[in-house]
Design a protein around this ligand. Sequence first.
Ligand SMILES: NC(=O)c1ccc[n+]([C@@H]2O[C@H](COP(=O)([O-])OP(=O)(O)OC[C@H]3O[C@@H](n4cnc5c(N)ncnc54)[C@H](OP(=O)(O)O)[C@@H]3O)[C@@H](O)[C@H]2O)c1
Length: 337
Amino acid sequence: MKELHVGIVGATGMVGQEFIKILDQRHFPVASIHLFASDKSAGKSVTVRQQKLTVQETSEDSFKGLDLVFFSAGTDVSKHFAPFAARAGAVVVDNSAAFRMDPDTPLVVPEINPEDCEHHHGIIANPNCSTIQMVVVLYPLHKVNPIKRVIVDTYQSVSGTGLPAVEELKSTSRAVLDGKPAEPHVYPHQIAFNMLPEIDVFMENGYTKEEWKMVTETRKIMHAPDIAISATCVRVPSLIGHSEAVHVEFTRPMSPGEARRILTEAPGVKVQDEPTAHVYPMPWTAAGQDDTFVGRIREDASHPNGLAMWICADNVRKGAALNGLQIAEAMMERGWL
Ligand SMILES: NC(=O)c1ccc[n+]([C@@H]2O[C@H](COP(=O)([O-])OP(=O)(O)OC[C@H]3O[C@@H](n4cnc5c(N)ncnc54)[C@H](OP(=O)(O)O)[C@@H]3O)[C@@H](O)[C@H]2O)c1
């Protein structure tokens, strides 16, 4: 298999570090790896595949000779630098929200719409973490019985905000337990022993941007522009793993047994559904795993065509780095990279 020259922008961050780990774990065919971050981290040494590599400051000239560049350094960095990488001839897989809703940019979850990658213009967008884990479960059901409406409430871990937020949960939890003040820096309020119904900024319609991403991105990935979706996204004091309570209305009734059968066969999904034996998905057990876990599948008592379910996944892996690498793998398999 062809070996690629790979760049990682945001290599010192939560997602960038996971990219480095997963490249190795999945034996991705790499000819060379180039690590980029801000000027703050330039010169830092990072071990990749038993080799010490030096982090470089990201610049417009960083991308010459690279085949594939993963961006996970925030929307502003992607907006500015990703077009330079694409113009230098690399395929960009971007983790930020910068290009997701651009009609010329494919937004891809490889279990659902890998074929959309074919028509890229240099940049392919990785969806938002909470969207990815929801659509991986909903799409196989939608193919059998089209979904009309989704109500989703999320319980999102602090790792979704990056490394400084993980540190903030740890330090403020210690402070609270020691009876000391827990000063927030990353979040607007204390996150330790608390929950914040605010992820990303508020929009004029009263939803947050994170909630609106779940609406627009789900429709784009599933090629289902008419699905009605309402989301409430909540930051909770867990470290890794996002959870979602999802209520789905189908065109026709679907029994929990049929949904379980479909999801047992679905790629990237594991059914964990023996509630009386206390078997159901949890963020703690989803952390570090590649699959998206679903359980508590039951009839929605409020609608004859409805099902309710509980979904958990590792937001840094399937919600970010793993999905990004799977995009690259899907393109390589098809000879597009
Ligand atoms: N965490 C998740 O679960 C998750 C899931 C999906 C998508 N994402 C997206 O992935 C991106 C990164 O998230 P993260 O959680 O990894 O954040 P993070 O832990 O805070 O890391 C941010 C990374 O960006 C780099 N960076 C910051 N400013 C830069 C600049 N001007 N030029 C180049 N690099 C710069 C940082 O480098 P320094 O160390 O030098 O500051 C660091 O490597 C965000 O767009 C986020 O929305 C995250």
